[in-house]
Design a protein around this ligand. Structure first.
Ligand SMILES: [Zn+2]
Length: 536
């Protein structure tokens, strides 16, 4: 069955503590959600703040091919006639084909929050819905606190839905606003509502009990055909139902149609894109779309998944645009190594003994604090070194770095590096933006005459992690450096109790890897290397 998707990342999602989007961000995200095939995009509350008002003014810049843009607001204020209520007028002026409004369901809120009678509240609902319908809007009626209200006074809760339905609301959306309704109770209540009304029943859940996605899916099983949520589960307090997980489950597990199988493959990319704009890292363990969602680490898992991915994967990662990953770590069995070797096109070139030795070396490095899962570059270097035992492109004689700060003006950092390569000793002194940059410049200068091709690689990220915080400033640190050429990116890792040394190790690994790769494809480098095989 077709289930309609209603995304509220740009409204409820921005009520999450860490989430903030500029108007430009919101416009770009709306376009992305449309490309993904979302049916409704709730852009904001035009009556509540200037940013949302500007969003709807500029929404004409959008080129939506499928989604209906939706403006959000509330029922009119009790003291205002509907045609003079600024909030309701702003909804009409927003110019969207769809308007969602929330109204009170729970008699406690009617009495305490609004300070009016139950009957007056029904008039607010009915007036507002009718006014918007008369102005040509498709109205999604959000019954706020529906499940709590139903529990307190079921007859009244249903009367509020009657008021919205009779006034012409197209969707009756049941909201678990406080996010505390247990699934079994939610199913009972949705089923009761389903029996009572024809037309579209919607569901809007929050994740305060960590069951928002489960509750949304349960509501669909009980007859809801319109699901609301936020991408990546953003939203007020603990977030809204994660719409990405809801969509994947409906499509892949429950046999419903939301985006359809083609667009579903864009799900992971869309989640990543939105997290980039939110400036919040996409959670690695986010189901379906996270980096770790199909990552295998335990040796038993890996050897099984290599034989048949169904053994440890609940769906095929490609269906949601994700990919299988096999991690290298101290839990690794030989299966992981084999997988990695195949990935690099190197399988078959290592003997059984060489593989076992490599595994032991990796385990030892992980024990020392290296993190090879995140540093595929260092791992590739280990493999290539195993393939070419005794091969070294250069030896480091010495390096030093000094930063001078006088308290006036910027500080200056100078580094000197001395290397021994096949054609003799090379030394360079450079001034850089900080110690790492200065060392990097020196190393490349020393090697550039012998290997001019290595200049194509650039540094894209640099991260430092303290490994044992109890030791304070004497703790070991792990430095992870990300590199990129025109085609791909990779990371190298270094560990030491000295952050400069850890950075230096990661830097030297990166350069060695670059040379190893060049050797594989460039015969002049290969010859140069052959001339200089230390230890052979
Ligand atoms: Zn909400």
């Amino acid at each position: 069955m077709k289930i309609f998707t209603f995304d509220t990342t740009l409204r409820d999602g921005t009520q999450g503590e860490a989430v903030s989007f500029s108007v430009d961000d919101k416009l770009i995200i709306a376009q992305k959600l449309d490309e993904l095939g979302i049916d409704y995009i709730e852009g904001g509350w035009p009556g509540s703040n200037p940013k949302d008002k500007e969003f709807f003014t500029r929404a004409s810049e959008l080129n939506l091919k499928h989604a209906k843009l939706t403006a959000f607001g509330s029922t009119r204020f009790a003291k205002n006639p509907v045609e003079q209520d600024r909030n309701v007028l702003a909804l009409v002026e927003a110019g969207t084909p769809v308007v969602s409004i929330f109204g009170k369901t729970w008699d406690l809120h009617v009495k305490r929050a609004l300070g009016i009678t139950n009957e007056e509240n029904l008039v607010l609902i009915s007036d507002t819905v009718k006014y918007l319908v008369d102005h040509g809007k498709e109205v999604v009626y959000d019954a706020e606190h529906f499940f709590d209200g139903y529990l307190a006074n079921p007859a009244y809760a249903l009367q509020t839905l009657d008021a919205a339905k009779q006034a012409g609301a197209y969707v009756l959306c049941l909201c678990d606003t406080n996010g505390g309704t247990p699934t079994a109770r939610l199913i009972e209540i949705v089923s009761e509502v389903r029996k009572r009304y024809d037309g579209v029943i919607g569901i809007h859940t929050h994740n305060d009990s960590d069951i928002a996605v489960a509750n949304t899916l349960a509501a669909v099983e009980a007859g809801a055909t319109h699901v609301q949520g936020c991408m990546n589960g953003y939203g007020e307090r603990c977030g809204n139902a994660n719409l990405a997980s809801v969509i994947a489950n409906l499509e892949l597990k429950l046999g419903h149609t939301t985006l359809g199988p083609d667009k579903l493959t864009g799900l992971s990319a869309a989640c990543r894109f939105i997290s980039e704009l939110a400036n919040l890292p996409l959670r690695n363990d986010q189901p379906f779309v996270g980096k770790s969602a199909f990552a295998h680490k335990g040796g038993v898992h890996v050897s099984a998944v290599l034989k048949d991915s169904h053994t440890y994967e609940h769906v095929a990662p490609e269906t949601v645009g994700n990919r299988q990953r096999v991690l290298v770590s101290d839990l690794s069995g030989r299966g992981n190594i084999l997988y990695k070797l195949k990935q690099h096109g190197l399988a078959g070139r290592l003997s059984e003994d060489a593989r076992r030795e490599l595994l032991e070396r990796i385990k030892q490095m992980e024990y020392e604090g290296y993190e090879l899962e995140a540093a595929e570059g260092t791992f590739e270097l280990l493999v290539r070194e195993a393939l070419n035992p005794g091969l070294q492109f250069f030896d480091v004689d010495s390096y030093e770095v000094a930063t001078r700060a006088t308290g006036v003006g910027p500080s200056h950092t100078t580094a000197t590096v001395t290397l021994r390569a096949q054609d003799g000793v090379h030394s360079a002194t450079e001034i850089g933006h900080g110690p790492f940059n200065a060392l990097h410049l020196c190393l490349r200068k020393c090697l550039s005459r012998l290997y001019p091709q290595i200049t194509e690689v650039r540094l894209t990220d640099y991260k430092v992690r303290v490994l044992d915080t109890r030791k304070g400033t004497a703790a070991n640190v792990r430095v992870l450096i990300e590199w990129s050429d025109h085609r791909r990116s990779w990371s190298t890792v270094g560990v030491s109790d000295n952050v400069i040394e850890a950075s230096w190790k990661a830097l030297v690994d990166a350069i060695r890897l670059e040379l190893m790769r060049l050797m594989e494809k460039d015969s002049s480098v290969e010859r140069a290397v052959e001339d200089y095989c230390w230890g052979v």
